[in-house]
Ligand binder design. Structure first.
Ligand code: SF4
Length: 60
């Protein structure tokens, strides 16, 4: 199963991933955290990966 990870050093806290996938990502202290790595049931988080402006999200 694909699991998203966020590089905290790269994340600028724009919130896009949490808006796209609120069950997967959550913004805390201006950083995105993966709260539900198995909660994407549509695209394996490809939308979040493609939308992150600093390419901080990877799928493992
Ligand atoms: S889309 Fe990228 S930069 Fe924006 S909050 Fe998510 S991980 Fe951080």
């Amino acid at each position: 199963m694909a699991e998203p990870t966020v590089d905290q050093d790269l994340c600028i806290g724009c919130g896009t991933c949490a808006e796209l996938c609120p069950g997967v990502f959550e913004l805390r202290d201006d950083k995105s955290w993966v709260i539900g790595p198995d909660q994407c049931h549509t695209c394996d988080c490809a939308a979040a990966v493609d939308s992150c402006p600093v390419s901080a999200i990877e799928i493992r």
